[in-house]
Design a protein. Structure first.
Length: 453
């Protein structure tokens, strides 16, 4: 080989090495954040709640808690000094409001109260299986700080204030779900602070959050350090033994959170094997599933394009949807496309939009005036698919997927109410208008489970 060819090859190799080292350092550094992070709640269970927060100064964290703001008669203290803090309060009573105060004790210094007052509280979930009213909000692709994000958040909070639930104990919201891409642009720890924790601070201190993993979260290593996930069914469901995917129960609802970004969606993969067992095990009245990549979207991503997003939308449609529908899943939430799209009550549509057949649409109304009706949790009795990816920005798209009853290039959030046998879903825009609303009602008795032909 000629000398100049060798030199060029070595030069290219050196450049590739420099790029790889630079990228590694960038990714590594991106998983750290030094500074304060206000308290946030995770893994709620009828008898337990996880509290997390971060301090600039390392210290030993302590949570004092009790049923009245003026009488915090229980406490739990960390065993080591750290900046990132996590304590799981145990032996709590179900459906009970607890107030809390957080203290930090740096080594060799006096203890300091850092979060305190009547605004710091949470409410534990009711017993699993109990048909208590549930209200949860869904933010999709929320982690981009700016005017859209702030206005969507405020419109949701405003709507909740104007439409409170009747019982005084109930908080405005029981849970906050996300559909992934929780921090733009790369899911670094610092970006999580700017794009997620700071803007949603006043929600997160009272309302437990359940996030899913999106492609932007996957660019750094922070996501799994920041959040706590129930690998051992700490909040109900079936233990997944994985942080990437899990399930949990809240009242009479079973929630399933999947990783469509890094998780294999091949038939027989760990995630789908667990999903099959989890679905077979649950006896809950309702099933809600959330994951990042939408099975149907003609938005800023096109689910008919098999190369779009590495084929994840195709794989989720072909391999995950048949399992969910066979178990009678009611509502599927995804994001990724930065718009709002919402399907009819649907079954057995696992191919491209061209192949949508009339008999796959179980109800061709919008579900607003008359609720969609489903017999119990029968297999293939219909599922509504919602793309909510516009809680922080909107993009263009053809918005003409024939499975969709509603397609809007509008920013907003989704609010779900489940009260015993009826579910109501609303899309609340950046301006605070409810521009889509539908209900699903479970009917008594069993219908006929008709497999897909
Ligand atoms: Fe995405």
């Amino acid at each position: 080989m000629k000398v100049w060819v060798k030199r060029i090859a070595l030069g290219i190799l050196a450049l590739a090495l420099i790029y790889a080292v630079g990228r590694f350092i960038d990714v590594y550094l991106g998983s750290f954040y030094s500074g304060e992070r206000a308290p946030y709640l995770m893994m709620p269970a009828p008898h337990a709640m996880t509290l997390r927060w971060q301090t600039l100064e390392p210290g030993r964290g302590r949570v004092r808690f009790g049923r009245t703001a003026g009488k915090l008669d229980q406490q739990l203290t960390e065993t080591s000094v750290a900046e990132e803090h996590e304590l799981r309060l145990q032996k709590l009573e179900p459906a009970t409001r607890y107030y809390y105060q957080i203290e930090n004790q740096p080594a060799g210094k006096p203890e300091k109260i850092i979060y305190s007052g009547k605004d710091y509280w949470f409410v534990t979930p009711p017993r699993s299986g109990q048909a208590a009213p549930v209200r949860f909000a869904v933010l999709g692709d929320p982690g981009k700080a700016g005017v859209v994000q702030t206005e969507v958040r405020d419109a949701l909070l405003d709507w909740l204030k104007k439409n409170p639930r009747p019982r005084r104990l109930q908080p405005d919201l029981d849970l906050l779900l996300t559909t992934g891409d929780n921090a733009y642009r790369s899911g670094s720890n610092k970006q999580f602070q700017q794009g997620f924790f700071s803007p949603y601070e006043r929600i997160l201190k009272n309302v437990p959050v359940w996030p899913v993993y999106g492609n932007h979260d996957a660019r750094r290593w922070a996501f799994f350090d920041i959040f706590s996930f129930p690998t051992q069914a700490e909040s109900g469901g079936l233990a997944s033994n994985a942080e990437h995917y899990y399930s949990f129960d809240y009242a009479n609802v079973h929630f399933i959170m999947l990783d469509t970004q890094a998780g294999s969606m091949k038939v027989g993969s760990d995630m789908l094997d667990w999903l099959k067992r989890d679905l077979a095990a649950t006896r809950q009245d309702w099933i809600v599933a959330a994951f990042h990549h939408p099975p149907y979207s003609h938005g800023s991503h096109n689910s008919d394009e098999h190369r779009d997003s590495g084929g994840r939308m195709t794989r989720v449609r072909e391999n995950v949807l048949p399992m969910l529908e066979a178990a009678g899943a009611d509502l599927v939430l995804s994001g990724h496309s930065h718009m709002y799209e919402r399907s009819y009550l649907l079954r057995c549509h696992y191919a491209d939009s061209d192949n949508l057949q009339e008999n796959m649409l179980l109800d061709k109304t919008s579900g607003r005036e008359t609720p969609y009706k489903k017999p119990g949790r029968d297999a293939y009795s219909g599922t509504v698919y919602t793309v909510i990816g516009s809680s922080a920005k909107t993009n263009d798209g053809s918005l003409d997927h024939p499975a969709m009853a509603v397609s809007l290039a509008e920013a907003g959030s989704v609010l779900v109410d489940i009260d015993n046998q009826i579910m109501t879903v609303r899309f609340i825009t950046q301006q605070g208008r409810v521009v889509d609303q539908f209900s699903i009602q479970k009917t008594a008795g069993r219908g006929q489970a008709i497999p897909c032909s």
